[in-house]
Design a protein around this ligand. Structure first.
Ligand SMILES: [Zn+2]
Length: 320
């Protein structure tokens, strides 16, 4: 056995170490949470499949493990290079979305999924996939000084939809882009997610099936019990994966058009966060160097030649 794991084997023995080394974890997202979860898991001996569609930008450096040399590279590939230098696990990377069209190939042979994504659509889809395939997952989210995490195990207690029955309307949630983020809260939630993952894989201690809510501005740590909701998707015998929660993307002559189900957007609120020029039914702005036009009915036109970048900008602005 590799010397790398010496202190860990002293802690919980060779059998559990072997279990970690035989496991495969799917990481959805490789930013503030994902890069730090990947680092902990790989150094502990866990094989990883990392799915992320984004590119490393300078503004990511304050809360991730990336360096200046990584700017412009896909996050998943930059992470693979970092892990290559520091661990000896198998790392598979996918520079793409997790969507209702491709989820099945990503969850193949996976023991557990860690949600390090930045949007609710991915989480609602992952919830359905988890229930359908009986794969547990660990939710994590951070914004401002606050972070949340909970572990969902199909057949045991609540699911994500019990916790958040109604999908929030686009633009109603704050994001790291609009509200900022205190970087220690990201490290804390990432550590917590890595801990839950290692405990699950090596069968150590008790899992956290309550919602951890941490607010570092108030020194507050709470565990909130989440009950199961009557009629929730987790109570059904069969779970369908459909496009109900998907964001739709279409190529246009000017770039990409992105839409999702919404009644109407509060464009004034979005303008307060991101600036731009408001013209009766649309808001025109520049985001991460791209020209964006956002309509009241939730349709967004983005001048970019990358489909992944278009979807990424849409979810970053609207937090869905
Ligand atoms: Zn449920």
């Amino acid at each position: 056995m590799s010397e790398i794991y010496d202190r860990q084997v002293k802690l919980f023995g060779e059998k559990k170490q072997n279990e970690l080394e035989d496991s495969l974890v799917l990481l959805l997202g490789c930013g503030a949470l994902g890069s730090q979860v990947a680092n902990n898991l790989a150094r502990a001996g866990v094989n990883l499949r990392i799915v992320d569609r984004d590119i490393v930008e300078e503004s990511n450096l304050h809360r991730t493990l990336f360096s200046r040399n990584d700017i412009g590279k896909p996050k998943a590939e930059a992470m693979e290079e970092i892990l290559d230098r520091s661990s000896e696990v198998d790392v598979e990377v996918v520079v793409d979305d997790f969507s209702s069209f491709n989820w099945d190939s990503y969850v193949e042979d996976v023991d557990i999924v860690v949600d390090c994504s930045d949007n609710m659509s991915t989480r609602y889809l992952l919830n359905r996939v988890s229930l359908k395939e009986s794969i547990p997952w660990i939710h994590g989210s951070v914004v401002r000084y606050e972070g949340r995490s909970i572990t969902f195990i199909p057949g045991q207690g609540s699911c994500f939809r019990c916790l958040y029955p109604e999908k929030p309307s686009p633009g109603s949630l704050e994001t790291c882009h609009s509200a900022g983020i205190f970087n220690p809260i990201a490290s804390f939630i990432a550590s917590y997610q890595a801990s839950e993952t290692l405990k699950y894989l090596a069968d150590i201690g008790q899992m956290n099936q309550n919602l951890l809510v941490a607010d570092f501005s108030k020194n507050s740590l709470r565990f909130v019990e989440v009950g199961t909701k009557d009629g929730c998707v987790c109570s059904k015998d069969t779970v369908k994966i459909d496009t109900e929660e998907d964001i739709l993307i279409r190529k246009t002559c000017e770039g990409y058009q992105v839409t999702s189900r919404t009644d109407s957007l509060d464009l004034e609120k979005i303008q307060e966060r991101y600036g731009g020029e408001l013209r009766c039914i649309f808001l025109q702005l520049t985001f991460s160097g791209e020209d964006v036009v956002l309509f009241e009915n939730g349709r967004m036109q983005i001048k970019t030649d990358s489909k992944q970048r278009a979807k990424s900008i849409y979810t970053k602005i609207l937090g869905v």
